[in-house]
Design a protein around this ligand. Structure first.
Ligand code: 523
Length: 132
């Protein structure tokens, strides 16, 4: 079983979303940025590496957010809360990034603009934003 780790990155009280470019079924939709955990890495190390490579940011990784979401028989997606500590996200592998507050997140979810797996965490994300 492989894991994909996704970061619920908070900066200035807002949540970071990144727009996917592939695969075609989710291209154009918005996700919590992250990627696959490599052999020998912890989830935290994988998330810090992916956010550095994809967006050029440094984060402090916190607790697991919500429940893991099965992607395929051999792949599961796990979200971790994180705080931006350094840098300003520049999309290297995404088409765009944006920082959102709860109302915008809710409208995006209602319009079906979130990657389906990530949409399962909507309530957890709203709760995370409420305590920041
Ligand atoms: N998701 C997903 N939500 C989400 C992420 C980061 C990933 O549903 N927030 C899915 C999309 C892909 C799979 O997880 O089906 C792998 O994510 P990807 O492509 O971001 O991971 P990489 O970059 O490590 O993997 P490859 O480029 O595919 O090697």
């Amino acid at each position: 079983m492989r894991e994909v780790v996704a970061g619920a990155v908070i900066g200035d009280g807002r949540l970071l979303l990144a727009q996917r470019t592939y695969p075609t079924d989710v291209a154009g939709l918005w996700e919590l940025p992250g990627g696959k955990v490599e052999a020998g890495e912890t989830r935290e190390q994988a998330l810090r590496r992916e956010l550095g490579e994809e967006l050029g940011i440094e984060v402090r990784v916190g607790r697991q957010l919500g429940d893991p979401v099965p992607l395929r028989a051999d792949l599961v997606l796990v979200a971790l809360a994180a705080d931006l500590i350094k840098g300003s996200p520049r999309p290297e592998e995404h088409s765009a990034v944006r920082w959102v507050e709860t109302p915008e997140l809710e409208s995006m979810a209602a319009r079906g603009e979130l990657v389906p797996a990530d949409a399962a965490w909507l309530d957890d994300l709203i709760e995370l934003l409420a305590v920041r």
